[in-house]
Ligand binder design. Structure first.
Ligand SMILES: NC(=O)C1=CN([C@@H]2O[C@H](COP(=O)(O)OP(=O)(O)OC[C@H]3O[C@@H](n4cnc5c(N)ncnc54)[C@H](O)[C@@H]3O)[C@@H](O)[C@H]2O)C=CC1
Ligand SMILES: O=C(O)CCC(=O)C(=O)O
Length: 525
């Protein structure tokens, strides 16, 4: 039974769903990185929010880990490249807390416009400072969105309801989508110059880090109010403090900070500054949504191989998984066969699906071929990291589909381009589930690629099979299955034998010395 650790505070629904789906679950929160590293080896899955930092050190210690599930959106607390290279799938729940976070941004916008936190503190301190708190209306003001994705677009919708004019800077926002959202797409310079309120809704990336730098903050309209419910690091916090003190910025509300938890900060106590402790996603509705979603996604993956909302692997729905999985097995075996038989650099791998195979989601099939192909050189390769490794090694990957059936109702062909030309192997599924090799480098040969195998290419001549059988028998090697194919009578023949134990290098040398043998190799599936 797969085992999952929930390491951040999460709605109890998550644990409930894991158990219902046949996944064992431990909830252990508040561990130090060292304590987490000490126990993570026991788990197949790790469910987190934003507190747990899934660093390379944690991943190195996570010897059984297959999936990290983020109950939320931002995955900047997960080292995704390290997870990918370890073959760990990273998933998030991209929509479950969007409304809640957008509402928090709107709440902070109101808080700034009417200085609600300070007015509240003053009133409750018995001061009744009616003249101190003069606010501004939102109606008719310009809201500048930096980032117009899921959350940004909900904020835009709510702001339009408040009769604000919304302008947006987002390089990936299409003009059509901007029209649909009713926002004006602008460049950052225009946004800075025109917005009365600026709200940030981008991930933290190399391009967005410090997007409200000192230089950009100085380009804003005097009296601007700024809200950040996305990620710390998008704003230069020191410059923001200076500009709040000077009065250029009339108000700022931060839910997120460069360093979290932010228990001390230069901005704390600054007039017109509002802070919340990363509460954007903290409503009971959003927490139930993301807890349910993360548990369902992780359980699907661990129990049936379904992949949803993965950031480093192609998606595969739980419904698709049973149909695609036998193909993934076939693809992995074909990739492995090519990888084992082919030495030297491979500049290109082509995966051609024909008939029923062509109707399926090709991404997992392609990843499985690459995984089988590259695993020959490293035990740590799997479906998650194989496409990255192939890219790193400069292997071009081509994908071809032909929906028309050929000799088989379904076929996957893997071809590699080598210095000697293009060579390919092909396989089908018997009964839609049993992977079977049907062609090897142009020779028709049917074989189960299973366990220890011996591959022999020889000149087709009488008596050879007897001599080979005797050689194996004398070496104490028992033959399980025997598959034979040939290009033409008296030409080149191929033998694939499954044997009960590993074929030793000495035995390979003996087979190679038999008359008529051109090649002999041990294979492992
Ligand atoms: N405070 C909190 O508790 C929460 C914070 N978040 C954060 O909110 C952020 C936004 O989330 P979503 O809207 O769901 O993400 P999203 O992926 O739907 O939208 C992000 C938008 O940013 C845009 N973008 C990317 N690079 C940009 C750049 N250089 N300049 C301008 N725009 C750029 C993208 O094109 C995209 O439209 C995420 O970083 C997430 O971590 C999300 C949920 C809760
Ligand atoms: O889990 C949380 O409370 C934070 C949510 C968040 O920041 C996100 O989903 O990106």
């Amino acid at each position: 039974m797969p085992k999952v650790l929930i390491s951040d505070k999460m709605d109890p629904k998550a644990a409930e769903i894991f158990r219902e789906r046949g996944v064992e679950v431990d909830e252990i929160t508040g561990k130090t990185p060292e304590e987490l590293a000490a126990i993570i080896g026991n788990y197949d899955g790790l469910a987190i929010r934003s507190s747990t930092k899934v660093t390379k050190a944690i991943l190195d210690a996570a010897t059984n880990l297959k999936v990290v599930g983020r109950a939320g959106i931002g995955v900047d607390n997960v080292d995704i490249p390290a997870a990918s290279s370890k073959g760990v799938v990273v998933m998030n729940t991209p929509f479950g807390n969007s409304i809640t976070t957008a509402e928090h941004a709107v709440a902070l916008m109101f808080a700034l416009a009417r200085q609600l936190p300070e007015a509240d503190a003053s009133t409750q301190a018995g001061k009744w400072e009616k003249n101190r708190f003069m606010g501004v209306e939102l109606t008719g003001k310009t809201l500048g969105l930096i980032g117009a994705g899921n959350i940004g677009s909900i904020v835009a919708d709510r702001a339009q309801g408040l009769r604000m004019k919304v302008i947006a800077f987002d390089p990936f926002l299409s003009p059509e989508r901007a029209v649909e959202m009713g926002v004006e797409k602008v460049e950052i310079e225009q946004l800075l110059a025109r917005a009365d309120f600026i709200t940030l809704h981008t991930p933290l990336t190399d391009q967005t880090r410090n997007i409200l730098s000192r230089e950009n903050l100085l380009k804003t309209k005097k009296g601007v109010r700024i809200i950040n419910c996305a990620r710390g690091g998008l704003i230069d916090e020191a410059a923001l403090k200076e500009l709040l003190d000077s009065g250029h910025v009339a108000g700022a509300a931060l839910d997120v900070f460069v360093t979290e938890p932010a228990k001390e900060h230069a901005l704390f106590g600054t007039p017109n500054f509002v802070a919340t402790p990363h509460l954007g996603a903290s409503t009971s509705e959003a927490q139930v949504n993301v807890a349910i979603q993360v548990a369902e996604q992780m359980a699907d993956f661990l129990v049936s191989g379904g992949v949803t909302n993965a950031l480093n692997m192609p998606s595969l729905s739980a419904e698709e998984a049973p149909r695609v999985k036998p193909y993934m097995e076939l693809a992995e075996k074909l990739g492995s066969l090519v990888g084992q038989l082919q030495h030297g650099t491979i500049p290109r791998v082509s995966i051609h699906s024909e008939g029923a195979a062509a109707e399926l989601n090709q991404k997992p099939i392609v990843s499985a071929v690459l995984s089988g192909f590259l695993r020959v050189h490293s035990d740590t390769v799997n479906m998650v990291n194989a496409p990255f490794l192939a890219k790193e090694r400069g292997i071009e990957v081509r994908e071809v589909r032909t929906e028309k059936e050929g000799d088989y109702h379904t076929l996957v062909r893997v071809s590699v381009k080598t210095d000697a030309g293009e060579r390919s192997v092909a396989g089908t599924l018997f009964g839609n589930k049993a992977p079977r090799l049907v062609e090897l480098f142009g020779i028709k040969v049917e074989a189960d690629l299973i366990g220890h195998m011996l591959y022999v290419v020889n000149e087709d001549a009488p008596g050879f099979i007897g001599r080979l059988g005797t050689t194996l028998g004398e070496a104490g090697v028992n033959i399980g299955t025997f598959h034979l194919g040939r290009r033409d009578a008296g030409g080149e023949a191929v033998l694939l034998l499954s044997v009960d134990e590993a074929v030793t290098p000495d035995l390979i040398a003996t087979v190679r010395a038999l008359p008529g043998v051109k090649t002999a190799m041990a294979l492992r599936f």
